[in-house]
Ligand binder design. Structure first.
Ligand code: UT7
Length: 340
């Protein structure tokens, strides 16, 4: 019997995208009413004008289900063989939120689990989904990034309350060929745990069990040392981006679109300047949605795809950075999607 030709059909290929933000909008002026800040400071230091917030009763899973449903619809098929949820704000510490999301999407029975890599969760999720596909565990993965960051931010901490926001984005990844549009390029990932203190929620985990001793004020809230984080964000996203572009066999001049984690518009400009990416190639939605953590990149992809700024054939660079510290980058040629 003739041997089958060697195949390489297990690369992860993007085949659907969707995003969702909760309806409640918070403006800079709304925040200035109870915080020592101003619309002018927030706009010029972060690029943010509005953000969306969950109201009491709404949780991360609610955001994830909406984005996941839209991505499945966009892919033209309601089915997925695994659900991976990147989030910093699970509905509960235990169990994971993904099984609940899967069940509500009619996917009871499939493997479903959460990934904790803060604002780089989506990049870690892409690598995890690629692994599930390469291992033959399934041929379709629903990867969702969802965060209800306003549920862990101290509403009186002006250094974080003006930046972090709520939302969700999702992609469907199917097994395919590396030469197809939508195929993920090499994925670059890294961490530096020696700097984990720069972004943290000190209480609520096994190191500070709230049942055993009273918490110090503020320890239940998300804390960030903004200035140091800013510097590392620019360094790490620039380096990871260069490595991912090189590993794909591209140069920066080949890029049509730059889709970075929407941390701060000044960070995005600094990374793009270092790499030499012109402004017209940069995708951004931070002005309208703020920093939505693990949702940031897939929500940006979904909105840019919907409004045509990201179109089939665009050579696209993705990069993210956040708590851990953790960072990552990858490339893909944006595909023509069934639901477009
Ligand atoms: O998503 C994952 C990773 N996150 C990031 O990458 C975010 C990185 N960091 C940042 O985006 C910025 O560092 C911030 C937006 C958090 C802060 O901007 P900054 O330009 O780095 O400000 P800063 O921390 O150096 O503070 C400058 C001044 C300080 O006042 P003094 O000490 O100079 O008197 C702050 O107290 O701005 C003050 N400040 C504010 N003023 C008005 C800090 N937050 C505010 C505010 N409104 N909301």
């Amino acid at each position: 019997m003739p041997m089958s030709p060697p195949t390489d059909e297990r690369t992860a290929v993007v085949s659907g995208v969707g995003g969702w933000v909760p309806p409640h909008v918070v403006t800079n002026d709304d925040l200035s009413a109870h915080l020592d800040t101003s619309d002018e400071w927030i706009r010029t230091r972060t690029g943010i004008r509005t953000r969306h917030r969950v109201l009491p009763g709404m949780a991360t899973s609610d955001l994830a289900v909406e984005a996941g449903r839209r991505a499945l619809e966009n892919s033209g098929e309601p089915r997925a063989g695994a659900v991976v949820l990147a989030t910093t704000t699970p509905d509960r510490i235990c169990p994971a939120t993904a099984p609940d999301v899967a069940a509500r999407l009619g996917l009871t029975g499939v493997p479903a689990f959460d990934i904790s890599a803060v604002c780089t969760g989506f990049l870690y999720g892409l690598a995890t989904a690629a692994g599930l596909l390469a291992a033959g565990i399934t041929d379709r993965v629903l990867l969702i990034g969802a965060d209800a960051f306003t549920t862990i931010v101290d509403p009186l901490d002006r250094s974080t309350a003006v930046i972090f926001a709520d939302g969700a984005g999702a992609v469907v990844l199917r097994a395919g060929h590396p030469e197809e549009p939508g195929a993920l390029g090499p994925i670059v990932l890294g961490t530096d745990g020696e700097l984990s203190h720069l972004i943290q929620v000190p209480a609520g985990g096994s190191r500070q069990r709230s049942s055993l001793r009273p918490q110090a004020p503020g320890e239940q809230f998300f804390q960030m040392e903004g200035r140091d984080t800013f510097r590392h964000a620019v360094d790490r996203m620039s380096t990871a981006s260069r490595d991912a572009v090189r590993a794909a066999g591209w140069t920066v001049a080949d890029l049509d679109r730059f889709a970075a984690h929407q941390a701060n518009s000044r960070i995005l400009t600094a990374v793009a300047d270092r790499l030499g990416i012109p402004a017209e190639h940069q995708l951004s939605n931070i002005a309208a949605v703020g920093n939505t953590g693990a949702a940031s990149i897939p929500l940006l992809l979904a909105q840019s795809h919907a409004d045509g700024r990201l179109a089939a054939g665009h050579r696209t660079l993705l990069t993210a950075f956040g708590g851990g510290l953790a960072w990552g980058a990858t490339t893909l040629i944006w595909p023509k999607l069934p639901g477009s």
